[in-house]
Write a protein that binds this ligand. Structure first.
Ligand code: CP
Length: 313
């Protein structure tokens, strides 16, 4: 079985049609079944993935590397600029020309917005954007979409709250774009200084997606899903501004238990102070499950980008 997927690279959430999203969700389910049947070990045998993380990461890097290894593939990696020849002045273009000679696919995280597109334009191997500055993090959004589908059984008809740093949070930006393909309502909860950028408001209005903006944290109590995010310290130019805003919201157990809809609590992680550990043992705390689904979704993305045949179930 070979799912139909028209993309070589994964760069930006805007590249996906609704059909593409359905293909990614169904291929993820298919791979979960194949894993249960011990049939994934040879799917990417003889393929090599370059894992290029020029900005810090735990989940994205390790889940991509785990995904590749579970599919029988191999991994080469570089972490941080200091151990790459970029620190000697080599351009990203030249670096990618070398990577193309070594690997069959590359996953790249870079602090500069648009860098994965530059990388993709330099080479013919598939490139996957694992986060580019304050730009996008499409594979996180895809695993978030899968989490909502898996935990709620549907995406259509849901009311979804986004809480925290809606200005700099690239996972929010990417997920909002993916959700515009579905019949959902969105609630944006943030301090005014960290509100969702105007471009997203415009897009939602254009696509007739119902949304509201508020500073009131209690607004998530009648939502099906609350997507909580960290205030992105590394994106602030003014550190005093970060200090002023960093504890704007703290979601704790009593706040979650007051929800009228047993709201599913999601978070892309890492968390700092915005999500209390006393939430962790609630059944609707989905964030650690969400991170685990990341391996399954990324296994699907590697197979789809490399256009390999999957074993029959
Ligand atoms: N969610 C996420 O991107 O986590 P990492 O920064 O640890 O990869």
């Amino acid at each position: 079985m070979k799912p139909e997927f028209p993309h070589k690279d994964i760069i930006d959430p805007d590249q996906f049609s609704k059909k593409d999203l359905e293909t990614i969700l169904s291929t993820t389910e298919y791979l979960i079944t194949l894993q249960k049947q011990n049939k994934t070990q040879n799917i990417l045998k003889n393929y090599l993935m370059a894992s290029l993380f020029f900005e810090s990461s735990t989940r994205t890097r390790l889940s991509f590397e785990t995904a590749m290894l579970r599919l029988g593939g191999q991994v080469i990696s570089t972490v941080g600029f200091q151990f790459s020849s970029i620190s000697k002045g080599e351009t990203l273009y030249d670096t990618m020309k070398m990577i193309e000679a070594y690997a069959d696919i590359a996953v790249i995280r870079h602090p500069v917005e648009g860098s994965s597109r530059i990388a993709a334009s330099a080479v013919s191997i598939p490139i996957i954007n694992a986060g580019d500055g304050a730009g996008h993090h499409p594979t996180q959004a895809l695993l978030d979409l899968y989490t909502i589908y898996k935990e709620k059984g549907t995406i259509d008809g849901l009311k979804i709250a986004f809480i925290g740093d809606l200005k700099f949070g690239r996972t929010i930006h990417s997920l909002v774009k993916l959700l515009t393909h579905y019949d959902v309502e969105m609630v944006f909860i943030s301090p005014i200084d960290l509100a969702i950028p105007e471009a997203y408001r415009k897009e939602l209005k254009k696509k007739n997606i119902e949304f509201e903006e508020t500073e009131d944290i209690k607004a998530f109590w009648d939502c099906d899903v609350a997507y909580v995010t960290r205030i992105q310290e590394e994106r602030f130019v003014d550190k005093d501004e970060y200090e002023r805003l960093k504890n704007s919201y703290v979601i704790n157990k009593s706040l979650v238990l007051a929800s009228k809809k047993n709201t599913l609590i999601m978070h892309p992680l890492p968390r700092v102070n915005e999500l209390s550990t006393d939430v962790d043992d609630l059944p609707n705390a989905a964030y650690f499950r969400q991170a685990r689904y990341g391996v399954d979704v990324r296994m699907a993305l590697l197979c789809l980008c490399l256009k390999v045949e999957l074993p029959d179930i």
